[in-house]
Design a binder for this molecule. Structure first.
Ligand SMILES: [Zn+2]
Ligand SMILES: [Zn+2]
Length: 499
């Protein structure tokens, strides 16, 4: 605008100068003063333009600082409560805040005008709609850029430090003193929250099996004495309807991922799929998307659409797919791992079946865990008759305790001390069957069901076998005491120092 005005002025002065008959002959002094006047005006115009640009930049900076301040508060809350870092928020708000600043007053104007002069109100409302559509398109654009990711919750000491830094920052801004230092400290702590450079919560020198409570399905977490971590299956997924809606719970997202994050894990060494049934496989998609892994380990499964999609997803992420057969043995530190089923001559049918399940036996010295997937009575009896050593102190009961599961021959070969049934509350199949429970109780002194006991954790350490379950620990202590929280905080600090 300033430039335009000075240009008009310049043209006007020149037009007068081009009529020598009407005007007296202009002296060179006049022309010089004209030029000086024009130059001054031009300079003022440029200055005005520059001022406006600087003002706009300062306003954008204000919005950025406001967005950053909101983000720095939210980054802790989203990490603690949702285990998420939402980088998109920082970028989206930069553009969304000024847009909302227009939408709200214009919306009120449209409302008032609508009551007084309806056509004018309609026009203002159309403008508001346009702006709201821009806002939604903006949010959609950033939401689809993958600018959010899962992160383990920050340790309690970091939460406390972060809250203290927020308060200090607010005080520094209020007093206009040491603001820069307060911001540097806050941003440094925010970087710790969003990168979580802390070791996972694993007990060294211990073999851990946690049977997660994923309803009807299986999801097993294993931590080895050497720190290696595995996931065997990840429960069911939501079922996508034709109209885009999803029904059912996607436990890979709602249970398995939060569990792994709560343990401070950002990657897994191996992911296993026992067999290609929905209640074991569907949750793996969500896990593969967040946790990098060295390999996806499968058995010989039929090429169902969902199974092929999973393999394709793994390959697209650069994760090698390894197919295992019975007879394979390898060691993970001091733990011996054996694949007991399917045999080399096993051929899967056209669609996935329970007997495709991989059967894994993990032994630390003479302490063994048996993970038989969903194998049914026929395979159980084949294994029991094969003479393969099956003894295990802990048995994950096959096929959710369904019909024929945990046959007498199989249990006699295993001689389990602890039997764990992974099963959904009020599941439509009636699992576990009462006769299966009776057989288990007759053999195993301790039996757990994830529908009643929640997640069950078995620890094979130097001091023997320990079993805990979520429901019992919650009953014993419904809310962690302040002392327990402080103890956890101190433990985390010590852990950090020891590394
Ligand atoms: Zn199953
Ligand atoms: Zn199955």
């Amino acid at each position: 605008m300033a430039v335009a005005r000075s240009s008009v002025f310049f043209v006007g002065r020149n037009q007068n100068a081009s009529w020598p008959i009407l005007r007296r002959r202009r002296s060179s002094t006049d022309m010089l003063s004209d030029f000086a006047f024009w130059a001054r005006e031009k300079e003022r115009g440029l200055l005005r333009l520059l001022t406006r640009v600087v003002r706009a930049a300062l306003r954008a900076w204000d919005i950025f600082i406001l967005t950053l301040a909101i983000y720095l508060v939210l980054v802790l809350l989203t990490a603690v409560y949702f285990q998420q870092v939402v980088l998109a928020g920082l970028l989206t708000n930069l553009l969304a805040v000024p847009l909302v600043g227009l939408i709200v007053p214009l919306g009120l104007v449209a409302l008032l005008l609508g009551m007084l002069v309806p056509p004018a109100g309609a026009l203002a409302a159309w403008l508001v709609t346009l702006l709201v559509e821009c806002l939604l398109a903006l949010v959609d654009f950033f939401a689809g850029r993958g600018l959010s990711y899962g992160i383990p919750s920050p340790p309690p000491w970091l939460m406390l430090l972060y809250l203290a830094a927020l308060v200090l920052f607010a005080v520094a801004v209020d007093r206009r003193k040491r603001q820069r230092w307060a911001l540097v400290v806050l941003v440094a702590l925010a970087l710790l929250v969003v990168t979580h450079p802390f070791p996972p919560q694993l007990t060294p020198d211990e073999l851990e099996l946690t049977v997660l409570d994923v309803g009807q399905g299986d999801a097993l977490f294993l931590a080895f004495p050497n720190g290696e971590t595995w996931l065997v299956d990840a429960g069911r997924g939501a079922i996508e309807q034709r109209d885009g809606y999803r029904i059912g719970e996607a436990v890979g997202e709602t249970v398995v991922r939060p569990f792994l994050r709560a343990r401070g894990l950002k990657r897994l060494d191996r992911i296993w799929l026992s067999h290609a049934h929905h209640d074991h496989m569907a949750g793996l998609v969500a896990v593969l998307g967040e946790f990098p892994t060295r390999s996806l380990n499968v058995g010989p499964n039929p090429a169902s659409r969902a199974y092929e999609d999973l393999l394709e997803d793994a390959r697209a992420r650069g994760i090698p797919v390894v197919i295992h057969r019975a007879g394979e043995q390898f060691a993970v530190g001091e733990v011996k791992v054996e694949v007991l089923w399917p045999t080399m001559d096993y051929t899967p049918g056209k669609s996935p079946s329970n007997n495709d399940s991989q059967v894994l036996r993990l032994c630390r010295q003479t302490n063994c865990l048996l993970l038989p997937g969903d194998i049914e009575e026929r395979v159980e009896k084949t294994l029991a008759a094969s003479g393969t050593p099956l003894e295990a102190r802990v048995l994950k009961v096959p096929h959710h305790g369904g019909h024929g599961a945990a046959s007498e021959e199989f249990l006699a070969a295993i001689k389990p001390e602890v039997a764990i049934v992974s099963v959904g509350a009020t599941n439509p199949f009636g699992h576990p069957f009462p006769e299966v429970e009776d057989r288990l109780r007759a053999v195993a002194p301790r039996m757990f069901r994830t529908d009643r006991d929640g997640a069950v954790t078995v620890r094979l350490g130097n001091d023997g076998l320990q079993v805990t379950n979520f429901a019992a620990s919650r009953r014993a202590q419904p809310y962690p005491s302040l002392a327990a929280k402080l103890a956890a905080c101190a433990r985390n600090l010590l852990l950090l120092e020891s590394r």
